[in-house]
Design a protein around this ligand. Structure first.
Ligand SMILES: *Cc1c(COP(=O)(O)O)cnc(C)c1O
Length: 198
């Protein structure tokens, strides 16, 4: 329990998030956990009109699959000629029915989404949540924390970031980190430490 607890703390520290669960057994499982967290959050706020998750056309195939598995529908945002999210198109497709957005940072073309703060603002303005697909986290560790860019939730492909580059075929795991407002919705049981007892 101590090892799990300390690993959760370390991953929270690296990503800038409040709490981490080690439960998901793959990045793709983490995606589904993240989307169900969005659902729980919106329900707790009595917001019942959320239907869509926005994902870029460059997204990994597991992203749209997880969206469908979680009961949402996909809205696809185009890339601009710099290979990043097309902000004008994002403005066109965003509305109150958007539950959130999933984004890989740096994206699957290996490019840092340099307008990330603007993107987060657009999604947060319709009460949406920002999910970071952490498959490329190895490019960010020690340089920038995902929570500081505006993300609310992320998964960490520990087998990609802290092992063979991009996984090498597994085995894997997909811890999910969240900010404080989502921490009560994480799947239990969670490990707590009180006076040195776990
Ligand atoms: C690998 C990958 C995933 C899925 O992660 P698994 O741990 O293989 O389930 C999701 N998104 C991106 C961008 C990936 O590269």
């Amino acid at each position: 329990l101590k090892v799990y607890y300390e690993l959760e703390r370390i991953l929270s520290d690296i990503t800038g998030f409040y709490k981490t669960t080690l439960q998901p057994s793959a990045g793709s499982q983490g995606e589904m956990v993240g989307l169900l967290l969005m659902q729980s959050y919106h329900r707790s706020k009595k917001i019942n009109n959320k239907k869509y998750i926005i994902i870029p056309e460059t997204a990994h195939g597991t992203n749209p699959a997880s969206v469908i598995m979680s009961g949402y529908e996909v809205k696809q945002v185009k890339s601009n000629d710099r290979g990043r999210v097309d902000i004008d198109h994002l403005f066109e497709i965003v509305d109150e029915e958007v539950a959130g957005m999933m984004l890989t940072q740096p994206n699957t073309l290996g490019l840092f989404e340099d307008e990330i703060e603007k993107i987060c603002e657009i999604i947060h303005n319709v009460d949406g949540l920002m999910y970071m697909d952490g498959a490329n986290l190895n490019a960010l560790v020690g340089i920038v924390k995902p929570a500081n860019m505006g993300f609310d939730i992320m998964h960490i492909n520990v087998h990609k970031t802290f092992s063979t580059p991009h996984g090498g075929g597994g085995p894997g795991a997909g811890p999910v980190a969240v900010n404080e407002k989502l921490s009560d919705f994480l799947p239990g049981p969670m490990i707590e430490c009180e006076k040195g007892r776990y």
